[in-house]
Write a protein that binds this ligand. Structure first.
Ligand SMILES: [Zn+2]
Ligand SMILES: [Zn+2]
Length: 241
């Protein structure tokens, strides 16, 4: 494989991660990998929910040799101003809930799967228009009760529609090491259509930072190389030994 991988999706103590920014920078250096911090951004106290909190976060991340990003909570209203979001090296968008229903709430029953799938794509498209995010996190992450059926639910027409959106709006599809999405089938179809990819651990704990085992195995299986990957434009400062 002709590229040096970067983990562009890492959470810190500024949202719901347990890893400090300094630890993230140290682990990345140890593993010889570039790292991007992308804390949750949306309403709610565990997220970056105000310009003031964003400012503190951005200043702290800027002191370290890591990329500065946020993971926009696409199913909800973003409460940090666009001018602040633009200062990031890149933006990630992720769907974690729809219409006030949380994908992580196992007590919710999602009976109308076709309309859920439509709403996921509509939300991605609407927010891609507004925020022009660079990476779609965990594409096809489903409500917890539906996850065992993800292959049947996502791989056909939904996958093709997702690929169409990625091409139209120019966002990369994240190959997640945490979630079992997207599938090799979607990655291969997306790659031959010219979509780019990014690799992400979605780490919330130190031992997950810069661990891209599933992402790299899939990238290899699907024959991806450096030209298929999104990379932030900014060069990271020389890492201090
Ligand atoms: Zn996410
Ligand atoms: Zn995340």
């Amino acid at each position: 494989m002709d590229f040096s991988p970067a983990d562009l999706h890492i959470h810190s103590t500024f949202s719901d991660g347990t890893t400090t920014l300094e630890q993230i920078a140290a682990i990345a250096r140890e593993r010889g990998m570039d790292a991007g911090v992308a804390d949750h951004c949306g309403p709610g106290s565990f997220q970056l929910d105000t310009d003031q909190r964003f400012e503190r976060y951005f200043e702290a991340v800027s002191r370290l040799p890591v990329y500065r990003s946020v993971e926009l909570d696409l199913g909800r209203e973003i409460t940090v101003s666009p001018g602040n979001l633009e200062r990031c090296d890149y933006l990630i968008g992720g769907v974690h809930s729809l219409d006030g229903r949380d994908f992580f709430d196992g007590s919710l029953d999602w009976e109308d799967v076709p309309s859920l799938l439509d709403r996921m794509l509509e939300t991605i498209e609407e927010k891609a228009r507004i925020f022009a995010f660079d990476i779609l996190a965990h594409p096809g992450l489903l409500p917890v009760n539906l996850r065992p059926r993800r292959g049947d639910i996502l791989d056909g027409r939904w996958g093709d529609r997702l690929i169409g959106l990625a091409l139209e709006h120019g966002f990369a599809l994240e190959i997640s090491s945490r979630w079992e999405v997207p599938s090799a089938g979607i990655i291969k179809r997306a790659a031959s259509a010219g979509v780019r990819f990014s690799l992400g651990s979605d780490a919330h704990r130190p031992e997950q930072v810069c661990r891209l085992d599933r992402s790299l195995a899939l990238a290899r299986e699907c024959g991806l190389d450096g030209a298929d990957l999104f990379r932030p434009a900014r060069q990271l400062a020389e890492k201090i030994a």
